[in-house]
Design a protein around this ligand. Structure first.
Ligand code: SAM
Length: 219
């Protein structure tokens, strides 16, 4: 699967993967199919280490209610769904029928399709209609970067105490610390990172995994 930890020299990245649980054949096949069928988008997929991390996190939190924003071909949703507790439910939001048709196929093959509901559309517009009950255990945000603040506003108020929001790409390839970088995604992510760090409702840890992964736990 993918090597995408921007913080590690390749040898340490290899070592990290070699000393983590082996990636099973289905996830490896999904990574291969994504690379082959969507070569110009395949880099959007989460890394193998992130996949294992999400499964372990979902299992540790005994997740029964989860939300994902940004599903693509299904690697992160599959990783979360596999770690969920009995009766768990994951609601996924994505704007693309094309990308998520691959995800649907792998959810079926993994035997987790009955735990996942996919909602197609711009998540900034349709997330507000989502069940307002504040009882989510786990959320994963990995879609359009300029939408992250909207996703934070909608999801943060729905988290149960102890529930965790995981956010990908908070480093923006390292551009986040270069003030000369003023692209829309980088600027949006700087503001997002500031808002999250200042949110008194959450304990926040920004981890140097892959392209930067923030974990925010509801107090
Ligand atoms: C980085 S990829 C997600 C990767 C995925 N988590 C995985 O593990 O493979 C971003 C996804 O967000 C979706 N997306 C982009 N803008 C969106 C929006 N406004 N609403 C919902 N989904 C959006 C894209 O279609 C794409 O599938």
């Amino acid at each position: 699967m993918s090597r995408r930890d921007i913080n590690l020299i390749p040898e340490l990245d290899d070592y990290t993967q070699a000393h983590s649980t082996r990636t099973d054949d289905l996830l490896a096949e999904l990574a291969d199919e994504t690379r082959a069928s969507l070569p110009s988008n395949a880099q959007m997929q989460i890394s193998a280490i992130q996949s294992k991390f999400l499964t372990m996190l979902a299992r540790s939190l005994k997740v029964t209610r989860a939300v994902e924003i940004g599903t693509f071909t299904g690697m992160s949703s599959l990783s979360i769904a596999r770690g969920m507790a009995e009766g768990g439910r994951l609601v996924c939001f994505d704007i693309s029928e094309e990308f998520t048709s691959v995800a649907r196929k792998y959810w079926e093959r993994a035997g987790v399709a009955d735990r996942i509901e996919l909602r197609i559309g711009d998540a900034k517009e349709i997330l507000g209609d989502f069940d307002p009950a504040p009882e989510l255990d786990l959320c994963f945000i990995d879609a359009d970067k300029t939408g992250y603040l909207t996703y934070w506003a909608e999801l943060s108020k729905r988290m149960r105490p102890g529930g965790i929001i995981v956010v990908d790409n908070v480093f923006q390839g390292g551009r986040i610390i270069d003030e000369a970088e003023q692209g829309a995604n980088v600027v949006a992510m700087r503001e997002f990172n500031r808002v999250v760090a200042d949110d008194e409702r959450f304990d926040v840890v920004m981890l140097p995994i892959s392209d930067g992964l923030t974990l925010a736990q509801r107090r």
